[in-house]
Design a protein around this ligand. Structure first.
Ligand SMILES: [Cu+2]
Length: 189
């Protein structure tokens, strides 16, 4: 009986490990989770729905142009300290916004806002300056791209990255931009 139970338990254990492996969870510690390569992330709110005056999106999910939304990147400066170089920033986007990330060292004045994709796009169009641009997100003008979405962007190297809203009027008139700084943690001995 005891032996039978032991066998049952072993089989249960084996199938549990199989099940966990299937969903990507390993019981065996791997190099990927060791201290030297610990990954970190941060969250940035990219645009915010307003509450004053009250806003009701239940029946009208997209308020009329120019209303219901605030054009700001919060926090404006994000520093992610990482013991490795694997950093993910979760841009939580609310409204007609377009995340664009420029390589470390780029300043807002380096961006040419006169390079722009128009073609009926709101807010003066989408900025189209490819110089040092390392990421550009979805076009919020297209009906298939929701106004409420998350875009997760990976940063592979330390540095201070410029993040702008590609909606021209938001960048030029509302200074909708900020920085993500990736700092390696001091080495521990
Ligand atoms: Cu914007």
């Amino acid at each position: 009986m005891q032996e039978k139970l032991g066998g049952e338990m072993r089989r249960l254990g084996a199938s549990l490990i199989c099940a966990l492996s299937l969903v990507g969870i390993s019981l065996i510690p791997s190099l990927a989770t060791s201290a030297e390569s610990q990954a970190e992330n941060a969250t940035v709110s990219f645009g915010q729905w307003l509450t004053d005056p009250p806003l009701d999106r239940l029946l009208v999910p997209v308020p009329p142009a120019g209303t219901g939304n605030h054009n700001e990147m919060i926090p404006n400066e994000t520093t992610v300290v990482t013991s490795g170089v694997d950093v993910a920033v979760n841009f939580i986007i609310a409204g007609l916004h377009n995340v664009q990330v420029y390589d470390a060292g780029t300043q807002p004045e380096d961006i040419n806002p006169n390079l722009v994709l128009t073609g009926g796009r709101a807010g003066g169009g989408i900025i189209d300056d490819p110089n040092k641009r390392i990421y550009r997100g979805l076009d919020p003008n297209l009906p298939e791209n929701p106004r409420d979405r998350v875009e997760v962007v990976r940063f592979d190297r330390p540095g201070k990255y410029l993040v702008i809203c590609g909606v021209r009027a938001h960048f030029v008139n509302n200074a909708m931009f900020g920085f993500v700084t990736v700092v390696p943690a001091p080495e521990t001995k």
